[in-house]
Design a protein around this ligand. Structure first.
Ligand SMILES: NC(=O)c1ccc[n+]([C@@H]2O[C@H](COP(=O)([O-])OP(=O)(O)OC[C@H]3O[C@@H](n4cnc5c(N)ncnc54)[C@H](O)[C@@H]3O)[C@@H](O)[C@H]2O)c1
Length: 333
């Protein structure tokens, strides 16, 4: 099977690309190695995670460059597409709404348009739990209205889902939108809480933890280990034939005390914690209802936060610190 993966050098993408190659798919990657976080880290990750498997064909192309993206589609002639390329993260999107619209909405429409043009058999689109926004009681179900996004990033992902529905309705393009819930694991995005907390706790620095929201409610996150997400993406790639929206989470919302305890155990270091009230653009609880994922994809996550943090901490200490002893180039976003 010829599969094109956009964002295939990303923190989720590399694991998906490796799994596809291991099972014998012919994989091509589109990624522009942008500077949302250290591009050198992305390049090393791409090389290390794909060591020992047949190298995918890599196109260093920006998905917002519609003509160049079209050339890639013409050359690869993919049978299926996994569209992961995007600017992720909620907080920087509040400062850069136009950038997120251009990258996540325009870029996504380009990918859908070329997929339609080449009659691709299935497109998997990376959406996000952030689309649930305000006014929805957890656990989040795919049938919820999702019309109150609370950050530009969330609005851009919801827009991608609406375009996906339209492309399926108007052109019969099969698209499945997967709503990921806080993905973590080795080689993850360095802007995410798991990474930042692990690093600060390991260095003996204080961590400010959003244990509570402004109204006093306990903050919880449904952390999902990257191998569970990769399995869900590949199940969606194999099974989808029409339009669908499916949650991919862990169905075990974790209070942040338990999260910090899992990091402490993984690292073998005690944390110095101070409280910080959750920012208003962040959801208080994220919790995936996985009934639909189980039904349509046979998706069942297997990695607990405690086990996942063991893997992440081991990678951080044994691999990352050796490869990047001076740390990463700080992001300007
Ligand atoms: N990691 C999570 O917790 C999470 C949660 C919900 C949704 N998602 C979504 O999953 C997808 C992958 O996320 P990730 O955490 O691996 O992020 P990531 O930033 O590590 O990966 C995205 C990759 O896409 C590339 N990219 C971005 N814009 C591009 C462009 N215009 N042209 C070509 N390449 C481009 C980047 O260089 C990067 O390698 C994203 O769509 C993200 O919004 C992630």
């Amino acid at each position: 099977m010829k599969v094109l993966v956009t964002g295939g050098a990303g923190s989720i993408g590399v694991h998906v690309v490796r799994a596809l190659i291991e099972r014998g798919d012919e994989v091509s990657v589109v990624d522009n190695f942008n500077d949302f976080y250290d591009p050198q880290f992305k390049r090393v990750r791409f090389e290390k995670v794909l060591t020992g498997v047949k190298a995918p064909k890599l196109y260093e192309v920006d998905i917002t460059d519609n003509a160049k993206l079209g050339d890639v589609f013409d050359e690869v002639k993919p049978e299926k597409v996994i569209h992961l390329a995007a600017w992720a993260s909620v907080r920087p999107s509040v400062e850069n709404p136009l950038l997120y619209t251009q990258q996540n909405v325009d870029g996504t429409v380009n990918v859908f348009e070329h997929s339609k043009r080449l009659a691709v058999k299935n497109v998997v689109f990376a959406s996000s739990s952030s689309v649930y926004g305000r006014g929805i009681t957890p656990p989040y179900r795919e049938t919820s209205a999702c019309d109150q996004p609370i950050a530009p990033y969330a609005a851009s992902k919801r827009a991608g889902e609406l375009y996906a529905w339209m492309y399926n309705y108007l052109h019969g393009l099969p698209i499945i939108c997967l709503r990921f819930f806080t993905v973590y694991g080795p080689w993850m995005r360095p802007d995410m809480a798991t990474w930042k907390f692990t690093e600060r706790i390991f260095q003996g620095k204080e961590v400010s933890v959003n244990r509570f929201a402004a109204d006093g409610s306990v903050v919880k996150r449904d952390f999902t280990f990257v191998s569970d997400i990769a399995n869900g993406i590949i199940a969606a790639l194999d099974k989808n034939k029409g339009f669908d929206i499916v949650n991919l989470g862990n169905n075990d919302p974790v209070a942040l005390d338990r999260f910090v305890a899992a990091i402490e155990k993984g690292l073998g270091v005690s944390a110095k914690v101070t409280d910080k009230i959750l920012a208003p653009e962040e959801a208080i609880v994220t919790a995936a209802d996985l009934g639909h994922a189980q039904q349509v994809l046979g998706y069942t996550p297997t990695v607990s936060i405690e086990e996942g943090q063991q893997y992440f901490s081991a990678w951080y200490k044994n691999e990352y610190l050796k490869l990047f002893p001076g740390g990463l180039t700080p992001s300007k976003y």
